[in-house]
Design a protein around this ligand. Sequence first.
Ligand SMILES: [Zn+2]
Length: 334
Amino acid sequence: MPFSDIIGQERAVEILRRELSHGRASHAYLFSGMECIGKKQTALAFAMAVQCGQVPGDSCGECLSCRKIRQGIHPDVRLYVPEARTKGATEKIYIDQVRELQATIFLRAMEGKKKIFIIDDADRMMDHAANALLKTLEEPPPDSFLILVTAFPDLLPLTVLSRCRVVRFKPLSSSAVEEILVLKRGLSAEQAGTMARYSQGSLGRVLNAEAGDLVSQRDRFMELRQRWDPGSVGSVFEVSGGFEKKTNEAIDFMEFLVTWNRDLIAMKLTGDKGMLTHADNAPDLAGESGRKDLTDLLNHADILEEALRRLRMNINQRLALEAALIRMGNEAAV
Ligand SMILES: [Zn+2]
């Protein structure tokens, strides 16, 4: 899709358009920001803008080149994604994928003006694959662009990060999620509104679930949260026991706790219900935030962020969840 079709990432798109139209585009970018907010689509829009030539600073979205990029068959626009090479294995980007990129990047473009290489989920690169890529990042050929896309830039080696121009993508606003759901998914404004409220800034969350599912999932998490007694380790095990093999559910629960905690902080600092993700639970939030100390809530935000990072890295999910809940309980007891 052209830049002009990307919703909710105006700042990132503007930076890229400006750099492209002034001939100042970097040959190595890192697009960073949470999952499912339009980073990969923007990388493809960048590729279309480079190759198309019909619309200054953007692409037409209609010509042969644009259509080939959209279909993933343009020979000068290559997308690398993590692969699971054995059944059940974690998806990784392997060194032979990087070697293939390196073999192609020094060849002349076949159809387009330039060559664009996009590495999605770049944080999943194996160490030696990242090391191999370094050489290319140091001196990318002038007729090529490399775009690394990641939700977890801190998992990439600093040597890789430091060679890329970083473009940050922010979480989508509720209204942007709503607009995307209405325009691209044909939902009614009411359905889109309900789903957007629970999206927490990520479109992936709502695209993978129906509105009713999200609401009932939220209710279940609320119930689990209430069962968790911060002073009791036994209750922590009771909560975490429900997630033993359902890894994504543990992550969803943790993300729910993050938004709940964020709402507690917002209530404490501003009392403004308009800022809340869980606005329909404003009375509960007001009561709880009144009983809690701001320093504890801020500490909890750090604990939750670290736990979420560990959960996503596939470290023992149940342990990470339990450790976070126990640490938060200890804070409350101090
Ligand atoms: Zn075009």
